[in-house]
Ligand binder design. Structure first.
Ligand code: CA
Length: 426
């Protein structure tokens, strides 16, 4: 039976509200206090299945060499789509209630299934490159309206190509990593000269990202029709942004220090195959894209997304926004085709982010810049008096994402991060 079959049941009880039913099976890298070596695992309900142990026991053999007893998923991902799919099918079988191999092997089951609260999660991939796109029309329109002209909010190129920039791979961190408020050059509107100071407009950006699963050759573009087969899976991504640093530095080459201090991703990579049942049409594209970007069919995904904030010394979190990936104007295949059309090669472990995902409603905007309209309309939190235009030290941000199917929920878990004070007070 296909691993996406809704009627599949695991011998491990899974709460219907869990992000990780047997139909999901996302891959991650974990360790435990007692076994500190990093290795690959799959999430099932409140448990992690240790794939390195399954591989050693001969239950999984995606390659002639071990690929799961590794500190990242890159070697497994490099095996290609056919192996991703056959391995997921084997894992699905091992976890099924009507399959005895793991279910009835008490010794292996006891050691290979780890309670999720005991698992320490690590970056799932060695990030070989990081690119950030800007593919939400609503987000680009909001930013253009705020800083340029509401009548001409989109720049002339926006409807013709997926705008993006090459980000910084070295500072991609896993969920739970503290994020230090950056310092840098800022030019206050009242000052003639820039000052050196801690960022006063620290923000989050609600994004998803896809992980490239193939190496390409320099000079060979990826066709928009082949691109989807090269994508291993997706994660949630928070593109932390220092708006005041950004505003001073970004002309003419785009963001630099305003974005490079940290980018957080969720630890579980949801395979594209698990997202297949949630495929939907993206928005219609007018004007029609140039031929190398033209696609027909359904190339977006129905992924509900949300952001919560919890200030320091507060037990109460506030929902800042609810939105959905499905309205993204440019598809992941179009982003990958455009990225490589110049001949730029990509590598296994390349991380490509969607850009801030905003909806049409004021409570569906994916950044505080938009939610507070650059500080003009501070957001009031659920205690009724605390307000936020931008992030304060101690704030904890949590991004969540899930596909809500008729029969089950296929989720991403979450990506969190706490804001630490700037290193020096200026
Ligand atoms: Ca971004």
């Amino acid at each position: 039976m296909h691993p996406n079959t809704p009627s599949l049941k695991s011998f491990i009880p899974v709460d219907p509200a869990s992000d990780f039913p047997i139909q999901n099976l996302p891959f991650g890298i974990f360790s435990t206090r007692n076994a500190p070596d990093l290795r690959a695992g799959v999430a099932i309900g409140e448990w992690v299945l240790d794939l390195a142990q399954c591989e050693r026991a001969g239950l999984l053999a995606p390659s002639s060499q071990p690929v799961f007893d590794k500190p990242n998923l890159n070697d497994f991902i490099a095996l290609g789509q056919a192996i991703w799919r056959s391995t997921r099918a084997q894992i699905s079988l091992l976890l099924r209630s009507d399959h005895a191999r793991l279910r009835d092997d008490v010794q292996l089951r006891t050691s290979a299934l780890i309670p999720m609260h005991e698992a320490i999660m690590h970056l799932p991939i060695a990030v070989t490159g990081y690119t950030d796109f800007y593919s939400s029309k609503e987000h680009a329109t909001n930013v253009g309206s705020m800083f340029r002209d509401p009548a001409n909010a989109l720049l002339p190129n926006w409807l013709h190509l997926p705008v993006g920039y090459n980000g910084r791979a070295s500072s991609v961190v896993v969920s739970g990593t503290d994020v230090r408020r950056p310092v840098g050059q800022i030019k206050p509107p009242t000052s003639e000269q820039p000052i050196f100071a801690a960022c006063a407009k620290l923000d989050f950006e609600l994004e998803t990202a896809f992980i490239v699963g193939a190496n390409t050759v320099l000079g060979d573009p990826v066709s928009v029709h082949d691109a989807e087969d090269m994508i291993f899976g997706m994660v949630l991504l928070n593109d932390w942004s220092a708006r005041d640093i950004q505003q001073w530095e970004y002309v003419p080459l785009g963001p630099f220090n305003a974005k490079t201090f940290a980018t957080s991703i969720s630890p579980w990579v949801v395979m594209m195959e698990a997202l297949e049942p949630f495929r939907v049409a993206g928005p219609e594209q007018h004007p029609e894209p140039l031929p190398y970007l033209r696609q027909t069919g359904n190339h977006s995904f129905d992924i509900a997304l949300s952001v919560d904030i919890e200030p320091a010394n507060s037990q109460e979190s506030t929902r800042l926004c609810n939105t959905n990936y499905r309205a993204m104007y440019w598809s992941m295949a179009q982003q990958l085709a455009h990225h490589t059309v110049s001949g730029c090669n990509v590598r296994v472990g390349d991380l490509m982010a969607s850009g801030t995902i905003s909806g049409t409603q004021p409570d569906s905007f994916g950044s505080l810049l938009e939610l507070s309209w650059n500080g003009q309309r501070p957001v009031t939190l659920s205690d009724g008096h605390t307000q936020r235009s931008f992030l304060h030290d101690g704030d904890v941000l949590t991004l969540r994402g899930a596909c809500h199917g008729k029969h089950y929920r296929c989720g991403f878990g979450s990506v969190t991060g706490r804001i630490m004070p700037a290193l020096v007070n200026y």
